[in-house]
Design a binder for this molecule. Sequence first.
Ligand code: BF8
Ligand code: SF4
Length: 625
Amino acid sequence: MAYSEDILNKSIDPATQEMLARMKELDIETIWDRLEAMQPQCGFGELGVCCRNCTQGPCRIDPFGEGPQLGVCGATADTIVARNLLRMTAAGAAAHSDHGRDIAHTLLETGLGKTEGYEIKDEAKLMALATEYGIETEDLSKEKIAVAVARVAYAEFGAQEGPLHFLGRVPKVRQELWEKLGLVPRGIDREIVECMHRTHMGVDHDYVNLTLHGLRTSIADGWGGSMIATDFSDVLFGTPKPLRSLSNLGTLKQDEVNIILHGHEPTLSEMIVAAANDPELIALAKKYGAKGINLVGMCCTGNEVLMRQGVPIAGNFLQQELAIATGAVEAMIVDVQCIMPAVVNVANCFHTKIISTSPKAKFPGATHIEFHEEHAYTIAKQIVKAAVENYRARNKGRVHIPDETMELMAGFSVEAIVAALGGSLDPLLNAIKSGDIKGLAGVVGCNNVKAKHDYGHLRLVENLIQDNILVVNTGCNAIACAKAGLLLPGAAEKAGDGLKAVCKALGIPPVLHMGSCVDCSRILVALAAVANALGVDISDLPVAGAAPEWMSEKAVSIGSYFVASGVYTILGIVPPVLGSKALTELLTDGAEGVVGAKFGVATDPDEMSRLMIEHIEKKRESLGI
Ligand code: BF8
Ligand code: SF4
C-alpha cells in the first residue's frame, strides 16, 4: 500500500507504517504527534546548558555568548553540561543495576525456598559463578550455593571498596589502566550515589573530574549491575541457545487472547510465560471463544523471553502504542523502563487492560496487580486470567492486525556463540586474522521518535555486514534487525563474501542477537575473551560500537562503559553536550588518549558505518593483520 510522505518519513517498518495510517484514521494520538506538538523543543536543554540543581536557578548559559555565561552560583557551561551528563549516567546505571539487584534477590529467595515457580535452570553457570566468587561448594546443595552466590552479588551493590568481582573478567592491561586512572568502581550503589553528591549544588565543578566519575559509574553498570542481571538470569532461567521465532505486529493473533509482555525484568515475564501455558487458563480462553492464549514480547523483556523461550517479539520501543491500536490486545503487562505512560491513553480507546506489576512503576489509569516472587506463579496466573477474561470485551469489528511477520534466529549468548564455533573461539579468531571477517561491531540501543524508526539501525547494520563485519546486537536494534530478516542465516546473502562464507559454514546469521540491553554485558565478556585470546587490550581490537537511535539514559551508561572498556562508540543521536565545547572535545577526542577509545557522533548511518569501518581497518593495521 502507498502511504503518505509523512508516514514514510516516520518509519521504514511496514507494520508501523500500516498502524500509523490506521491510528490516523481512528484519530488516536501517537508519540509522533506529541513530538510535533512539542516543537520547538528547548534549545538550552538540547545543548545541556540549563541547570535546575538548586532553587537559585533555573539557570541557563547563553550559547551565543551574548547573555549570561555563568549560572547564578558561577557554574560555567562546562560544569553544567558535565553535571547533567553525569546525572544521565547515574540514572541509566541505576536502572540497569537495580534490575540486576532484583534478579539477585530472586536467586537468593529461590535458594532459600521462599519463591514460587522459580528454579535453578543452569547449574553449571551457578557453579562457575561460585568458583569465580571464591565460594567453597563441596557438599553444598545447589540451593545453598545459590544463596551464597546471591549474597556475594548483593554485597557488590553496597560495597564500600572495590574491585567488583566481575572486573576479574577484564583483560589485565585494562584493569591496570583503570587502577591507574582511578576508574575501578568500589560498590555499584556507591558510585551512583556519588554521582548525585557530586552534582549537588556547590560540589564538583571540574568537567574532567565529573566525566571520569561518569566512566567509573558506567563500569559499575556494565561490569557490575548489568552483568549480574545477565548472569543471574541465565542461572535462573537458562543460558540462551540458538532458536527460531517470529517478529513484528503480525505475531498478534486474530482468534486468540493476545498478551503483550512489555518492560525489562525476566522475573515477571518468565512466570507469565509459564502461566500462559497453564491448561486451566487455556481452557478458560477456549470457553470464551478464543483458540488459545498468544503471548508476545515487546522491548527488552520481550528479548529476554525470546532468547530463552522463543516467545515471538511484537516490536520495539516505538511500536508500543501501535500494538494496542490493533484492537486485538487483551492485556499489556508492564514492569519497569521504556514503558510510555501514553499506553494507557491508547488502551482507553480499546478494551485493552494495561496491567502494571512493579511497586516501583505505577501508571495512572492502569490496573495494578503487584508482583512478588513469593507468590510469583499464583500472581502470574491471576494476571493472565485477567487478560483471558478481557477477551470477552474485544470488539472484533475494530481489530486491525498488520499481516507482517518475519522469521528470526536468536539466542546467541557467549556460550552459544562458542558452541556454534565448535567449542572454541579459534575459528572466529582465524577468520578475523585472515580477513574473512574484518572485525566485530556491537550495534545496540533504542528507537528515538526524532529519527526515522528503524532506518538508522538497519542501514548501519547492512552496511557493516556488507563490509564483512560481524554484527552482534541487543535491545531495540536486535528487534529492528529481526523484523527486517537480518537475524536469519539467509541474511548472509547480504554480507560480503568473507563473512558470507563463515556464516554459511557455521549456519549462523551475520547479525547475532545477544539479548536485552543488560545483555550488552555479554558483548563485554565476548570482547574480553577475544582480547585475552589475542593477548591484547580491548582497545586494540578491530571492533566498534554504535547506538544509532538511542534515547534512554541507560544508553548513556552503556555507551560510556563501552568507551571506558576501550571500544570506539558512535552515537546516532546527538547527546545534550554541545553547549560545552570542552566536554564535547573530551568525549569525542581527548578520551582516546586516556582510555584508548572515544565517542563519535554521526546522524547519518552511512557516515556511522564509514567511521566504524575506518576505525576497524586502523586497528587491523596496528595489529598487523
Ligand atoms: O533496555 S533499547 S528503548 S527497550 S533502553 Fe528501552 Fe532503549 Fe529499547 Fe530495553 Ni534498552
Ligand atoms: Fe543555577 Fe548554580 Fe543553582 Fe545550577 S546550582 S541552578 S547553576 S545557581
